[in-house]
Design a protein around this ligand. Structure first.
Ligand SMILES: [Zn+2]
Length: 369
């Protein structure tokens, strides 16, 4: 992966420095505009700073011995952010993070005990939905980060699907995602990327990871359809449906693996990823996501009719054997009608995207990385 531009604060002065960053086997390298090394951060020392708005991420590193500086690096490129998330165990920053981590271990130990007892009474689906609210956001994010590479290879073969990265398209997407994210009040930051695949599909993983396939943007007739699907997927994030599905399919192996803190390479992760990508959420989950998406559009821009309309468009000529958004979102006239009813007599507050932004989003895959 080539180097990309980023903003760096050394944590000592308030000066903002434009830098170039690149990923290497041993860590992240930060260079000045003139090509001098500013810093090298081993992946294990990198921590995510929560609350960063946009499609990228803000990170810091745990201080080196004898140093109290808290440097900060902000990256806007969603592809780079995803790549970094896949390599670094991006957990919370600072003392608060430590406290939360400790609390989460206690919660998880508790959850494991409850689950062993509860399994006998309720069975796994009910168990998953009662355990999910106990899961700390930081744990959900780590789970999503561990599933991200699985998703890319599952759909794209060993080399993975490429991320669409044409700058104007990324900026248009970031604008839309940013508005929805501010309106949504989520427990995790969103990481939304377009993957270069002809499939008409989009899906959400645990931890705020949302993927939109190029085929879905190609198929859409306007920005409202893409925005509607995005709002719907954000609804899955908000209601933690991906997390519930992961707990359900990964089962107790997943729970116990989580308690002991090691996600990477786990069989449970592989199983959970596959299940999530090949099966549908429940009808109730879909209705919840629809309602959340409609509400988001009414508050942050876009016409909910786009979501209702997309069911027809997506279904028009699904290629046989290719997973589509419609396969995993069984539609019916009642679902379209429910969406229209929610939006009835409510004004559209703003367009999802301007015409120029929509053109840029359509061309987002003209560059990939
Ligand atoms: Zn859905």
């Amino acid at each position: 992966m080539p180097s990309i531009s980023a903003r760096y604060y050394d944590g000592i002065t308030s000066r903002r420095q434009a830098v170039e960053v690149s990923l290497h086997p041993e860590g992240l390298a930060i260079f000045s505009g003139e090509g001098f090394v500013v810093a090298r951060w081993p992946y294990a020392a990198i921590r995510r700073i929560e609350g960063f708005r946009g499609t990228g991420l803000a990170i810091t590193r745990v201080p080196e011995p004898g140093s109290s500086a808290e440097p900060r690096l902000e990256v806007d490129d969603p592809a780079f952010a995803a790549e970094l998330s896949a390599r670094a165990p991006l957990s919370l920053t600072g003392a608060e993070g430590g406290r939360r981590e400790r609390r989460s271990v206690v919660l998880w130990a508790l959850a494991a005990v409850v689950s062993l007892m509860g399994l006998a009474y309720w069975g796994l689906p009910a168990l998953a939905s009662s355990i999910a609210p106990l899961v700390p956001a930081s744990v959900e994010q780590r789970l999503g980060a561990a599933m991200d590479p699985q998703v890319r290879t599952e759909f794209g073969g060993p080399r993975g699907l490429k991320t669409c990265s044409a700058p104007a398209g990324v900026a248009a997407l970031a604008d839309l995602v940013g508005r929805y994210e501010r309106a949504a009040g989520l427990h995790v930051p969103l990481t939304v990327v377009v993957l270069d695949s002809g499939m008409v599909n989009a899906f959400a993983l645990p931890g705020g990871y949302i993927y939109v396939m190029r085929g879905l943007i190609d198929k859409a007739r306007g920005p409202d359809e893409v925005a509607g699907v995005l709002g719907h997927e954000i609804g899955h994030v908000r209601h933690r449906h991906g997390l519930q599905a992961a707990i359900q399919s990964g089962g107790l192996a997943f729970l116990l693996g989580t308690v002991f803190g090691d996600f990477a390479g786990g069989t449970a992760i592989l199983i959970a990823s596959r299940t999530l990508l090949s099966s549908a959420f429940s009808r109730d989950a879909e209705r919840q996501a629809d309602a959340f998406g409609v509400d988001l559009m009414l508050r942050a821009g876009g016409d909910p009719e786009g979501l209702a309309r997309f069911f027809r468009i997506a279904g028009a000529d699904g290629m046989p054997g290719v997973l589509t958004w419609l396969n995993s979102h069984p539609a019916g006239p009642e679902r379209e009608a429910a969406i229209r009813k929610l939006a009835e007599n409510k004004p559209v507050v703003a367009p999802a995207l301007s015409p120029a932004q929509w053109q840029a989003l359509r061309a987002i895959c003209s560059t990939t990385s």
